[in-house]
Design a protein. Sequence first.
Length: 127
Amino acid sequence: MHHFIVVFVFVGLSAYAAENIAPGERDGQIQSRGDNTFLVWDAGQNTWSDPETFWIGFAERNSGKFWGTSHQYPPYSEVQEHDTLLVEVDSGKCLMYFFHTRWRRANDVRRWGDEFNRYGGCKNVFN
């Protein structure tokens, strides 16, 4: 009986700690600024950066191929699971992630923060 209580308390505290992490402890963590902009924690570089710099760093260290920056998607037959592309649309850039047979916004797969889906070209990438 006592072991169950200890495990429950430990799991409960771990969940609480995960939700209340300190700034700069999770890759992709958002730090909002007062002017509708934000910084992103880049764990690979161990620094705060702007979203596009973070995206490029993430894409370069990701397990899939980084197709670079382009207005066009690469040929579907050449794309593999976890590939990334920094696509350029009229309203800006958006990091796309090939996941489960289609291109998705990287944030929709990685779940860094809602701010990414409103940033640059991400808000209009499917228009």
